[in-house]
Design a binder for this molecule. Structure first.
Ligand code: FES
Length: 67
């Protein structure tokens, strides 16, 4: 799915940036080029970053419960 139509950035590229160490909306935008033009995609980028953080937190909680 294309997240940023101005810079043609997909959700896969956003996920790749997060997997590669981007830890903020700004870092993801700098890494991928998303939200660098009209800015209308910023809320979708933010939602993907939040979703990624929630998944990381859930994994940490499961790991913590298992140990
Ligand atoms: S849609 Fe992303 S900057 Fe315009």
């Amino acid at each position: 799915m294309i997240v940023c139509h101005c810079k043609v950035v997909s959700d896969r590229e956003i996920h790749a940036a997060l997997a590669g160490g981007a830890r903020s909306v700004g870092a993801v935008c700098r890494s991928t080029g998303a939200a660098q033009d009209c800015g209308s995609c910023i809320f979708t980028v933010k939602a993907l970053v939040c979703q990624h953080r929630q998944q990381e937190q859930a994994i940490l909680e499961v790991d913590g419960a298992a140990s």
